[in-house]
Write a new protein. Structure first.
Length: 275
């Protein structure tokens, strides 16, 4: 069990015994999400008033940079808030049974120790958004990482010119404070741009290409009738199952899956009978 799963479990158990105090304690679990939003607001301020408003000399260039950056921030926020979806409720059918939450669960559903319930096509519980990443919001979660990574890359690349102008202008006293604010954001973006954003994006694209979830990679599923069977239908079909046929770049529900039934690839083994 991960460190944040232990925290979520303890908070959930405490909330069951003390509902009022537990309610406010559970709100504190959003601290990482709030930190992201505050950091994004601060970086947006730095980009507008320092990068575009102070160091860039061409109004046309500053307008273009700001339009691109604003679009990336908007798409990242849209994807983030679109990922706040409750897991899908399962009706009574011929599914496996979870003895922890006393409910039925279909294939690829797993019990989330952080939430204390079974989640359809469970990937992992993300403390950064304080949500279970699952069938209902997996595409939105990936797009949030994707646009956040592009935002970081765009900020870092377009801010390199500020270094050059800071040295060439030689206004050390006047530009020292704005430049230090810019440098703070660049260092933070440089750290978080690689991990967890960039590394997580590459990791999840690798999972999609194999049609696996984070949970399934840690503990591979054993399917009926064939222990070598899996959900890998080929890279193209795997991506289609998550992103659908169109509107890949928009955090809209375009998945071809229903969250319950999944196509399985069986490995047919031919045996020769000995005579």
């Amino acid at each position: 069990m991960s460190w944040y799963s232990v925290i979520y479990t303890r908070v959930r158990e405490y909330s069951e015994k003390n509902p009022i105090c537990g309610f406010f304690l559970a709100r504190l679990l959003n601290v990482l999400l709030v930190m992201q939003l505050l950091g994004l607001v601060y970086s947006f301020y730095v980009y507008i008033y320092i990068v575009c408003g102070r160091f860039l000399q061409s109004p046309l260039q500053a307008t273009f940079y700001l339009c691109v950056y604003s679009s990336l921030v908007f798409m990242a926020l849209w994807s983030l808030f679109s990922s706040f979806r409750p897991p899908m409720v399962i009706s009574a059918m011929d599914f496996r049974y979870c003895y922890m939450c006393m409910s039925l669960k279909p294939d690829r559903a797993h019990h989330c120790s952080s939430c204390g319930r079974c989640v359809v096509k469970f990937d992992h519980h993300c403390p950064w958004i304080n949500q279970c990443v699952n069938y209902t919001n997996y595409k939105q979660f990936l797009l949030y990482i994707f646009y956040s990574t592009l935002t970081v890359v765009w900020f870092l690349i377009t801010s390199l010119e500020c270094f050059v102008r800071f040295i060439l202008n030689a206004n050390w006293l006047e530009d020292s404070i704005p430049f230090s604010l810019l440098l703070t954001v660049m260092v933070a973006y440089g750290v978080f741009g690689y991990y967890p954003l960039g590394e997580m994006l590459v990791f999840h694209f690798g999972l999609i290409s194999m049609n696996e979830t984070t949970c399934e990679q840690a503990k591979p599923s054993v399917l009926k009738f064939d222990f070598k069977a899996d959900y890998n239908l080929g890279r193209e079909k795997n991506f289609m199952q998550v992103f659908g046929w169109g509107l890949w770049l928009f955090p809209l529900n375009t998945s071809l899956e229903d969250g319950i039934h999944f196509e399985i690839r069986y490995e047919i083994l031919m045996y020769k009978s000995s005579e």
